[in-house]
Design a protein. Sequence first.
Length: 129
Amino acid sequence: MFATLEPADIHPPFAPYSHGVVVPQGQKLILCSGQLGIGADKVVPLDCASQARICFANIAAILREAGLGMEHVVRINAYVTGREHLADYMGVRNALFAPPYPASTLMIVSGFARPEFVVEIEAIAAGPA
């Protein structure tokens, strides 16, 4: 398990995430590349929430291969192509995580390699070595 950093002298997080995370000594780190909302069947859903669910499912599969789970995620970097996708992305993210929340960044970008993608998610996880 990791510890969160929430200094009392800065504004609290705007959503369920932590300002900082401390990974205990001796933990292994897994760095997941950005995942796009394309299923193994090569289908790309049209909506952000469905794409985000695929992204997080892919991350879960990567972590499972390393012997870890989503509860080991300490950092999320997410990118969406417009403000209209913020609530859908955050709804999916917020349903997946419980305290202690990972550190998280969400940015709006102009696009991805293919125009049908509206979200990309990267993650860092830490767990027993």
